[in-house]
Every structure is written in structure tokens, then in C-alpha cells.
Design a protein around this ligand. Structure first.
Ligand code: D5M
Ligand code: FE
Ligand code: ZN
Length: 419
């Protein structure tokens, strides 16, 4: 006897709070980037000024003119590490630039090691001859919002990086996962009855021409065929389950962030499925009041190569995701592997705190938390590619995270290589 209704007896409740659309305006010029970075600075500064400890922030020009003990907020233009003795940061705002010296005697030194180019930070320190000597570094930072009340007993399955069309796509494992969703596998049966949503955080298909030599690793060499095959798999999923998808760098989208939703032209069968919801990246949605921030995670490659202690291990990836929340930006580093569209509004600023932060891309599963926010990176359904072998990336295929909306309890299930 089940007193609580099953997921199939609930209506969907998806509220889209933020999602880039096909019509985002592109101003691809130097001025476009100026507007873009100004919006990044202004939005993050507004967030920081909203906190009790930052009300007395001055502009860089003011601080240089009259400052002794001052607080400033700016974008990191440059970072130089002078051995083990000091780190020099150059900060910029609309009024000017200033060099910030962080000596190893300052409690800001450990924080300074984590500072990444183009992110927005605050500095508290003393001005001397036009140079600011840091006493503390303040990150925008974040904390989980209050939990909603009366959330029904429903769950969300998080996955990513299917790479349908690749020779390395683990079709058998994925079919096993779908069998589980249909209630045909004797594992966590109570849980499957509660599944109402599946979120797929990008790289739905392997794409075409994404990296040199990809054609040798493709089973389906047409994007149309790849999305057809994907849709055929997804249509096996019981239709009371709503499937929410965003693109990754292998999908049919503009290959710069924010990603516009997968182009309908290539993915008609996906758009025709009534229970599939096609969105852009980043996506901020509420499911029964629980807030999800979903982004493919292309920028993780840049963070992993720049942030001390980050790596392609589970802990290293979660550390990188924590850092993105701390700087409240999904792709802080400009000029690395993550191309950015210079819009006049920075979509990549994390202006509102989620309950759950979901990424993929690195093909390694990881789960953790930061200031009450659940962090999940959902691994992959693709085997190790030649490139990943040279990078030493060991993928974790076939692992899914199931998050219960009512209490955020997360179950980890492995569908890889079924007997
Ligand atoms: O990326 C999966 C992971 O592998 C991600 O961390 C990037 C890395 N990767 C894979 N192929 C390449 C190439 N050719 N250059 C750089 N980095 C790569 P995915 O988006 O699934 O390809
Ligand atoms: Fe991928
Ligand atoms: Zn990817």
C-alpha cells in the first residue's frame, strides 16, 4: 500500500527563471566586450554592496586620491605570483586601475592564490603611493536560499554527456538506465516511483567536427541522425517524466557561452516530444520551488588549469564548482577554452542562489556541497576518448544522481555494464 501518490499522479511544475534564447543580441566588437565586462562588474559589485561589511566601498580613482584605509571592488585584470613572498593583483573598475600587493605576511595571501583573472573581488587594505597593500580579500560568495515548504515527494534524475553518435557511447548501459526508469530493474524501486524529472546538462550527442579526427570516432556522422537516435532513446522513457535539456559544446548551438537552445533544425524529433523541454545554458529553473542552476561546464577546463588544487579528480571538480559559486560566475576566466558572446548583460553571473548546482562536461562524477548548496557533476555515458587518454582523464560512465526535492537527499546509482 502506497499512501503517497506516485510521480505519475503529479502535474509538472517547471518555472523558468533564466534561460538564454535564440534571439540574444550579439554586439561582436571591442565595445561589446567593454559593455559585457562593465555589466559583470556592476552586477557583482551590487551583490557585494548589498552585504553589511561592504557598504563603504570606494571607486579605484577615489581610493587612489584620498585613501588610506580603503575597500574597493574590481575585476582582476592581471595576477603575478612573485615566488613565495607576494602576489600582485591588478584590479580595474570604470574609474581606473590599481596594483594590489598581497604579501605572505597578510591573511589575504592564501585567498590571493585562489584569485583568477577576470573575476570580481573586493580588497580591504592601505593605499601607499598609489599601491594598495591588501589586508583582506573579499569574494562575492553565496549561500543557499531558504527551502520551500510543502514540496511533494518527487525526485529529479541528473545526467549529462551522453554523446549519442560516438562509437564510445555506452548504449547498453543507457538502455539499462531507461529500463530502470520504466520500473523493470529491481533496484531502488521506491525511488523510481518518485522520479518526475530528468535533467540533461549538455553533450546530448557527439556532434560533428568538434575536434580534429572526430570522424574516426563517430558511429553516426550526421547531426540529424544523432538527434534522431537520441530522441528514439528518450521516447522510451515513461512520458509522465519531464525531460529538461540544455546544450553542451558537442551540441548544435552557437559554440560560445551563453549557449542558445539546440537548433530546432537539427533536432526536430526532440522538439516534437511533448515531455522534452529544450533550453539554453545557463538555465535557472524552479521545480516545485526548488531552484536548479544548470550549466554544461565548459569553463571547468579553464578553472582546473588555473585554480591551485583543482584537477580532473572528483574532489578537484567539486572544488572547481565551489569556486564558481564563491566568485558567483559560471565562466570567470576570459580568453581560455571558453569562448564568451559579448552581450550587454552578463548571463553568466550567478545573481541568484540555487539549491542545486548541476554541471557536466568533465566526464567525471562528483557530488558535494557549498554553503548549503548541493553540487553535482554528472559524469558521462561515453568511454574514454583518445584525447582524454592523453590528458589522463578517467571517465566515470553510467552514474546518475537522484535528488529528492523534499529534502535534497541524493542517491547515486550506477547503471554501467549491466550483467
Ligand atoms: O569534454 C570532455 C572532457 O575532455 C573535458 O574535460 C574536455 C576534455 N577534452 C576532450 N576532448 C578535448 C579536446 N580535443 N581538446 C581539449 N579538451 C578536450 P567534451 O566536451 O565531452 O569533449
Ligand atoms: Fe562531454
Ligand atoms: Zn562537453
Amino acid at each position: 500500500m502506497r499512501l503517497i501518490p506516485k510521480a505519475s499522479e503529479y502535474e509538472e511544475e517547471i518555472r523558468v527563471l533564466k534561460c538564454p534564447q535564440q534571439d540574444i543580441v550579439v554586439k561582436a566588437s571591442v565595445d561589446g566586450f567593454r559593455e559585457y565586462f562593465l555589466d559583470r562588474l556592476r552586477t557583482l559589485r551590487r551583490i557585494m554592496l548589498g552585504r553589511g561589511d561592504m557598504y563603504d566601498v570606494r571607486s579605484i580613482a577615489e581610493a587612489k586620491r584620498e585613501g588610506e584605509h580603503v575597500k574597493i571592488v574590481g575585476l582582476v585584470y592581471d595576477k603575478r605570483v612573485l615566488g613565495k613572498s607576494a602576489i600582485v593583483l591588478t584590479l580595474e573598475d570604470e574609474t581606473g586601475m590599481v596594483d594590489v600587493v598581497v604579501t605572505n605576511a597578510s591573511r589575504a595571501f592564501v585567498k590571493a592564490m585562489d584569485v583568477l583573472n577576470d573575476s570580481c573581488i573586493g580588497i580591504e587594505g592601505r593605499m601607499k603611493n598609489g599601491t594598495l597593500y591588501a589586508e583582506d580579500i573579499i569574494f562575492p560568495d553565496i549561500k543557499a536560499p531558504p527551502r520551500p515548504h510543502d514540496v511533494p515527494d518527487l525526485s529529479v534524475v541528473l545526467i549529462s554527456d551522453l554523446h549519442v553518435g560516438s562509437k564510445m557511447f555506452f548504449e547498453k548501459s543507457f538502455r539499462h538506465f531507461i529500463k530502470w526508469l520504466k520500473g523493470e530493474v529491481d533496484v531502488a524501486r521506491d525511488l523510481v516511483d518518485t522520479v518526475k524529472y530528468i535533467i540533461i546538462a549538455g553533450d546530448l550527442v557527439d556532434g560533428v567536427g568538434i575536434y580534429p579526427g572526430q570522424d574516426k570516432e563517430l558511429l553516426l556522422s550526421s547531426l540529424y541522425k544523432q538527434y534522431e537516435a537520441l530522441s528514439a532513446f528518450l521516447s522510451e522513457i515513461p512520458d509522465h517524466i519531464e525531460i529538461i535539456v540544455i546544450p553542451g559544446n558537442h551540441d548544435a548551438t552557437v559554440h560560445a557561452v551563453p549557449y542558445v537552445p539546440i537548433f530546432r533544425e537539427y533536432a526536430e524529433p526532440l522538439y516534437e516530444m511533448p515531455n522534452v523541454h529544450v533550453f539554453g545554458d545557463p538555465l535557472f529553473i524552479e521545480l516545485h520551488g526548488v531552484k536548479f542552476l544548470i550549466s554544461h561546464g565548459r569553463s571547468l577546463d579553464d578553472i582546473i588549469s588555473a585554480l591551485p588544487g583543482a584537477s580532473f579528480s572528483q574532489e578537484g571538480i567539486i572544488k572547481s564548482m565551489r569556486h564558481l559559486l564563491k566568485v558567483r560566475h559560471l565562466a570567470p576566466i576570459y580568453g581560455g577554452k571558453t569562448p564568451i558572446i559579448p552581450l550587454d548583460k552578463d548571463f553568466l553571473v550567478i545573481d541568484e542562489a540555487p539549491h542545486v548546482f548541476h554541471m557536466g562536461h568533465v566526464h567525471v562524477y562528483g557530488v558535494g556541497s557549498y554553503k548549503g548548496i548541493l553540487l553535482v557533476n554528472t559524469g558521462t555515458w561515453q568511454g574514454q576518448t583518445a584525447y582524454q587518454r592523453t590528458m589522463g582523464i578517467e571517465p566515470t560512465p553510467g552514474v546518475v544522481a537522484v535528488v529528492r526535492l523534499s529534502d535534497m537527499r541524493t542517491s547515486v546509482l550506477n547503471f554501467h555494464n549491466p550483467a
